[in-house]
Design a protein around this ligand. Structure first.
Ligand SMILES: Nc1ncnc2c1ncn2[C@@H]1O[C@H](COP(=O)(O)OP(=O)(O)OP(=O)(O)O)[C@@H](O)[C@H]1O
Ligand SMILES: [Mg+2]
Length: 262
């Protein structure tokens, strides 16, 4: 049996420059993985590539999700299959309320594929009543004020509120594999705990999580079983939680030396 998400020998170029240089990684539902690595090593490039961002060109290698090579699928199709990315820098959508944005997102995710084979969906939308109920439940779980739903997406949100909005979106979409790109950055201690607790409540045998982070701190709350170190476009080391602690103490120099030496 192969893993739910299998990344094989992934090479990715951005504007003609190769950033990922043969990356391998496997994630199953029910598992929590963390990727750590120096600035510019390619962590967000991996996240954006997994979601199908058009600026990231896969020049070699494969990405298998639930038994299907998804390299050619659109971001929308990937989301419908059950992939989710919480962005490092969430964008603002002026004039669209959080509630209406989330309802559109939930409908896009839920819509069944039609028979055309080109990834179009037939309408099958969540009822307003069911949506409100779900939203209320998830916002309570994340300890969010109800007024939040009426605000425009990320417009005037603090850094912490933007990250909470990302986790709320994840809670609403119920993905099978979620990638959290530096969800901890910009959060104060309380917000970090609340967001982490929110993620932990979402954990189940039906959800795999990939946490991208620079700091051990978030890993005190969201506890990964697997830590991977990404340096210069490749996973150069994998291990258990002890690896994150060692990095926090000693930085990346020893990793780079070990890689250069081996
Ligand atoms: N859209 C883009 N356009 C141009 N260059 C890009 C783009 N995305 C990534 N890069 C380049 O790819 C390299 C890796 O960037 P990436 O954002 O993946 O690093 P990262 O590991 O996420 O770093 P950080 O820890 O700072 O978030 C960098 O040199 C970056 O400038
Ligand atoms: Mg990044």
């Amino acid at each position: 049996m192969s893993a739910d998400l299998v990344i094989k020998n992934l090479h990715v170029s951005v504007e003609g420059q190769e950033i990922l240089k043969g990356l391998d990684l496997e994630i199953n539902k029910g598992e929590v993985h963390a990727i750590m690595g120096p600035n510019g090593s390619g962590k967000s490039t991996l996240a954006n590539t997994l979601m199908g961002h058009p600026a990231y060109e896969v020049t070699e290698g494969e990405i298998w999700f639930k038994g299907q090579n998804i390299v050619k699928l659109s971001p929308d199709q990937r989301s419908r299959l059950g992939l989710f990315l919480a962005f490092q820098y969430p964008s603002t959508i002026p004039g669209v309320s959080a509630a209406s944005f989330l309802r559109t997102a939930v409908n896009a995710r839920r819509g069944q594929l039609d028979a055309s084979g080109n990834g179009n969906r037939k309408g099958e939308s969540i009822s307003m009543r069911e949506f409100r109920q779900l939203l209320k439940e998830k916002m309570a779980m994340l300890k969010m004020e109800s007024s939040f739903a009426g605000r425009y997406v990320n417009d005037g949100f603090s850094g912490g509120e933007k990250k909470r909005m990302e986790i709320l979106q994840m809670a609403m979409l119920q993905p099978e594999i979620a990638i959290l790109d530096e969800t901890d950055s910009g959060l104060d201690i309380d917000a970090l705990r609340i967001v982490s607790e929110g993620v932990n409540q979402l954990l189940s045998p039906n959800l795999g999580v990939l946490v991208i982070t620079h700091y051990q701190r978030i890993l005190n709350y969201i506890k990964p079983e697997y830590i991977h170190i990404l340096v210069n476009g490749r996973i150069v080391m994998s291990g258990g939680p002890e690896l994150a602690l060692k990095l926090e103490e000693t930085g990346y120099d020893w990793v780079k030396e070990a890689v250069a030496g081996g």
